[in-house]
Design a protein around this ligand. Structure first.
Ligand code: IVH
Length: 666
């Protein structure tokens, strides 16, 4: 195939693929099999790989995302992104209707579902998606285009008679099926599940790596068109037009002539929404005619021509039988209510979260009370109040525990924390087990041969009491245990042995220092390289690490000051675990000594992470925010505008990749 043939085929393939995307995602009417679709994508990928000049950002192959670390650049919205006033009752709606009637007459409403996700603004020029920006503070938001491109329902290119330039706004959400799959995966990997699809969506949109976003199954509905040359003078027809161009527009949007019809729509969807595959939290009511919208105008925060009606969360009243206190891996105490089983939003609820002592005090919750349980978007229902009319005279205020229910140690509570803690981190059963489970988990030491049940078994048989004990285990000690045959004993020993090669940053995450998650561990290792440096670092040195604040710094110091932890670390070191970063993080020169850098944007010869590594290898320091003491802002393409402005204001020198090369090569 020569270049011209490739170009023609490429354009054809893109058109065919986008049409199939539309049939599949927008019209829900696929005309080819997934297999055939994949063949088309593969063919296009192959052409783009051979003829790199044909690669474009709007190609359907780009939906798989890339591994580049995104740093979000802030973009000013052309039209501010307003929010909506909320209503909760029929009388609120009647008030809204009266307010509208005072200003315009002879109008109609459009009712739409209020999708429970994250709002987004998409900018199209000449039919091509240019930019996707989050709401941010309403004035400016984050440029999340790379991530949004991976959402298959959002057209990268549109077809038909569209205006040259326009903005279309809508909601990105995670369908319940994607949410359940994601949380299952997270639980399997010992990661904290997301509380609800909305949080999962928000977390996903801000992921640094768009290829991860592509896997999360996000979806979108668009509900608001803005621009100078819109096809129709009313909102409803504009949305229908946008659907023809290829946008995902909800089919449940309805025109209503009276507020009574609006209320009927709300009542219908309050029940029917439960059958939708995604979450909605209300109905949005909009005046249809755009001229009338303009006449009604906006207040500081929201338009006068639209309002949101919020569905009430599902609630039930039931008896609080008792309260359990759970102790987590880090010693955090969570009170959990045991309830008389009650039906709520299609499931039987027996347990509900009580959060912490303060919450219990505020709500004045007592054992035996009839409590109001609510199921919002969260997985675990929560108690939101007490029906005191059922309370008997002998009911007593709730006494919160003062000692750990597992080990009896006196609980502690730091001023800034809502939760109590059991400080007996190395002697309290759920903490011991939890710490070992965390240590072996996939993102930590990845000791696959061991599972949660085996850990319990080894602990019960006095073979392990902490993470260091794992490295003293012998095959002969395992064989007498029930359920452990020769082969699995060998597997366990081998995978423990293999873990000695796990890189230092994961070891640091695995040892379970409070607040030191995977990313924090990585950042610490990037700056401090070895356990010896970390354990001798004072608070100031720790605060120099990107993203580390006082809370984390103090937690690290506390961990290393504990003699029991010191002993465990010594044993792990003797066993041969990696306690320092590999060569790549080692010093090359002192050319950048005493200099601090903020790296922003994208670069031609290096990734941002590589640059940060080079800075450290030459004795320089990376900092995340610009201050007067920063030496250089190393700015690449698309470097954040705010950063540039701040650097100029504080007279921090701005250098590019070439100037940086000169610094290290001089
Ligand atoms: S219209 C100026 N329509 O609800 C009007 N918003 O509470 C702009 N939302 O920020 C919004 N579904 O994120 C509109 N059908 C819908 C919506 C919707 C969900 C969200 C949106 C907005 C928030 C306001």
């Amino acid at each position: 195939m020569n270049f011209t043939e490739a170009k023609i085929r490429c354009e054809n393939l893109r058109k065919i693929i986008e049409q199939h995307n539309r049939s599949y995602y927008v019209d829900a009417n696929p005309t080819i099999s997934d297999f055939e679709y994949d063949l088309l994508i593969k063919e296009l990928e192959a052409i783009e790989k051979e003829f790199t000049e044909l690669q474009t950002a709007d190609s359907p192959t780009q939906r798989i995302g890339n591994d580049i670390n995104n740093e979000f650049v802030q973009i000013k919205h052309k039209y501010p992104m307003l929010s909506l006033g909320n209503t909760y009752s029929e009388s609120d709606l009647n008030d809204f209707d009266q307010r509208v009637r005072k200003i315009v007459s002879d109008f109609e409403y459009v009712c739409e579902l209020k999708f429970d996700g994250v709002s987004i603004s998409l900018i199209y020029k000449n039919g091509i998606l240019q930019q996707a920006v989050t709401r941010g503070d309403g004035e400016k938001g984050d440029d999340v285009t790379a991530n949004i491109r991976t959402i298959r329902t959002i057209p990268l290119k549109i077809y038909g008679d569209y205006p040259d330039e326009f903005e279309i706004r809508g909601e990105i959400f995670m369908p319940r099926s994607s949410f359940e799959r994601l949380n299952k995966e997270r639980l399997d990997k010992d990661e904290t599940p997301f509380a609800n699809p909305r949080n999962a969506t928000a977390g996903t949109i801000k992921l640094q790596n768009s290829s991860q976003v592509a896997k999360r199954g996000l979806d979108c509905f668009l509900y608001y068109l803005l621009g100078e040359n819109l096809p129709h003078a009313n909102h409803y027809d504009n949305l229908h037009e946008a659907k023809k161009w290829g946008f995902p527009i909800s089919q449940h949007t309805k025109k209503c002539q009276t507020i009574r019809q609006v209320i009927d729509y709300i009542n219908y969807w309050d029940e029917a929404r439960k059958t939708l595959p995604y979450d909605t939290d209300g109905v949005v009511i909009k005046v249809n005619n755009i001229e009338q919208q303009e006449e009604l105008g906006v207040t500081a925060k929201s338009p006068r021509w639209a309002i949101a009606y919020k569905f009430k969360a599902d609630q039930a009243v039931t008896k609080l039988l008792s309260v359990d206190f759970q102790v987590g891996r880090t010693g955090a105490i969570t009170p959990v209510a045991n309830l008389q089983p009650v039906q709520l939003a299609g499931t039987t609820v027996k347990r509900a979260s009580l959060h912490n002592q303060e919450q219990i005090n505020i709500l004045d919750i007592r054992i035996g009370d009839m409590v109001i349980v609510e199921k919002g978007g969260e997985i675990i229902p929560k108690i939101v109040g007490v029906d005191k009319s059922y309370r008997t005279d002998d009911s007593k205020a709730f006494e919160y525990i003062t000692h750990c229910p597992e080990c009896g140690t006196k609980l502690e509570r730091e001023e800034s924390e809502a939760k109590h803690f059991c400080p007996n981190e190395n002697g309290c059963h759920p903490q011991i087990i939890g710490k070992i489970e965390h240590f072996i988990s996939r993102k930590a030491m990845a000791i696959d041969g061991l599972g949660v049940e085996t850990i319990e078994l080894l602990y019960k048989n006095n073979l392990i009491n902490n993470i260091a004990d794992l490295y003293d285990l012998k095959k002969e000690q395992l064989l007498p245990l029930e359920r452990i045959a020769e082969k699995s004993a060998e597997n366990i020993i081998k995978s423990i042995e293999d873990s000695k090669n796990v890189e230092f940053q994961r070891v640091l995450f695995a040892i379970g220092i409070r607040f030191v998650g995977e990313t924090t561990a990585k950042k610490i290792v990037e700056t401090l390289h070895s356990v010896d440096k970390i354990m001798t670092a004072d608070e100031n040195e720790l605060l120099q690490v990107d993203e580390i604040g006082e809370r984390i710094a103090q937690s690290i110091i506390k961990y290393f000051a504990n003699p029991k932890n010191q002993e465990i670390l010594q044993r792990l070191r003797n066993a041969g675990l990696q306690f320092e970063a590999k060569e790549t993080n080692k010093k090359i020169s002192d050319k950048l000594k005493g200099m601090s850098f903020v790296v922003s944007g994208t670069f031609t010869s290096y990734s941002r992470e590589e640059l940060k590594q080079i800075i450290e290898q030459h004795g320089g320091k990376n900092v995340s925010a610009i201050s007067a003491s920063t030496t250089y802002l190393l700015a690449g393409e698309k470097s954040g505008q705010m950063k540039t402005e701040k650097a100029e204001k504080l007279k921090v020198k701005i250098i590019d990749e070439n100037q940086f090369n000169m610094l290290i090569n001089k």
